[in-house]
Design a protein around this ligand. Structure first.
Ligand SMILES: *Cc1c(COP(=O)(O)O)cnc(C)c1O
Length: 385
């Protein structure tokens, strides 16, 4: 049986958890949390990083920091995970969904511009599969219309964008804020987990306060104030040291994890290429401004029916691919208060995109059998013609 995902341990995860417990402090913001913060800031040039218990939490913090008011409009791709929208809905925003490119699930800047109004406050680019959105165009739109940019970089660790002047920047370091996930299905994991990146130092203090239940406890622990109290909105967004210890061990092995994942990605790509050449499926495209962090491998089938029958074919051999993202504009929750809108490219990915098993411990032999079954499926179609 080959599952879609399998959580893994790669180094000192359990040892560091033991250390954290023995140190006598397992609530948040201890030694391992600080080590993780420093790692991200140094490695990716993030101005300030705060560990959270999920990417969803980091997005919720970003929505508070953007000071969303009732009726503000937030531009979000329709083809994304619910949290990209929900975090802003919680603060009273109206979500304006825009479409993807036809050949890439990322949000199309031409579509973004069409949907900007007087009420727009935030653009939320989602770097699907860890592949960059066209950030230069998005940042220019944001500048022109004075909007915040919150990158949903849940899938985008160790991925980069190159601007037209040749400057290369890590995803998550470009917008005002960014949110990453360490959910067990991502490249780097801690079960549940995330970070908020703050790229504009104006927001550093408020972000710390929001994360610490609306108190200035962080400043108190640094000795900057002699007592702490309730100063703002907030919640409990910080993870326990047990999670941070696990995460830090994964971060120490980032390069090893990434090398392995890129090998898996390239093997799928080269092995399935003949099926793209025959027109059966489409493989992912990486635009020239983006890098590939091997977060996922997907194929795009020709129709919903063909995808369903391919899934059945693989499941019968105990291989478990998955599809995802019912376009959010078609969700039950959105349709309660809004009329249906037509977002064709997003619907196409909803119907036709298939994610293949992808995890750190996926064996070469397992991957070979997945590939040969996919080939077998399509040659059975060919022989029927
Ligand atoms: C995984 C994911 C999230 C949610 O991450 P959590 O850490 O589970 O909250 C949000 N957005 C996208 C695009 C994701 O892939």
């Amino acid at each position: 049986m080959i599952p879609f995902n399998k959580p893994f341990i790669v180094g000192n995860e359990l040892k560091y958890i033991e250390e954290a417990v023995k140190s006598g402090k397992i609530s948040g913001d201890g030694i391992f949390t600080k080590k993780c913060h420093a790692f991200f800031e140094e490695k990716f040039g993030f101005q300030k990083v705060l560990l959270t218990t999920s990417c969803t939490d980091a997005l919720e913090m970003a929505a508070i920091l953007c000071d969303i008011q009732q009726g503000d409009e937030v531009i979000v791709p329709s083809y994304t995970f619910v949290s990209s929208a929900n975090a802003f809905v919680l603060r009273g925003a109206k979500i304006v969904f825009v479409d993807s490119y036809s050949d890439n699930p990322n949000m199309d800047p031409v579509e973004i511009e069409k949907h900007i109004t007087e009420k727009t406050k935030v653009i939320v680019p989602v770097h699907y599969a860890g592949v960059a959105c066209d950030m230069e165009k998005i940042m220019n739109l944001a500048k022109k219309h004075n909007l915040f940019v919150v990158e949903d970089a849940a899938q985008a660790i160790d991925s980069y964008y190159t601007f037209s002047d040749g400057t290369k920047k890590a995803l998550g370091s470009i917008g005002d804020f960014a949110a990453f996930s360490f959910h067990e299905t991502k490249n780097i994991i801690s079960g549940e987990g995330g970070i908020l990146v703050i790229n504009n130092p104006t927001y550093n203090t408020r972000a710390e306060i929001i994360r610490e239940k609306g108190t200035n406890r962080s400043a108190f622990f640094r000795g900057e104030v002699n007592k702490y109290g309730w100063v703002d909105l907030g919640s409990s967004f910080l993870p326990s040291e047990i999670l941070s210890a696990f995460l830090y061990a994964q971060l120490e092995n980032l390069d090893i994890i990434q090398q392995k994942r890129i090998r898996i990605w390239e093997q799928y790509y080269s092995n399935l290429m003949p099926l793209q050449e025959k027109g059966f499926i489409k493989l992912p495209e990486i635009p020239s401004y983006a890098t590939n962090n091997a977060h996922m491998f997907y194929v795009i089938c020709r129709s919903y029916e063909e995808r369903s029958s391919l899934i059945q074919y693989l499941k019968a051999k105990d291989i478990h691919p998955v599809f995802h993202y019912l376009s959010l504009n078609k969700s039950e929750f959105f349709l309660k208060d809004n009329s249906p809108v037509d977002i064709p490219n997003s619907d196409h990915f909803t119907d036709c995109l298939l994610r293949l098993p992808f995890y750190y411990e996926l064996e070469e032999s397992e991957q070979k059998s997945i590939n040969s079954l996919i080939h077998e499926y399509f040659s059975s179609l060919e022989s029927q013609i």
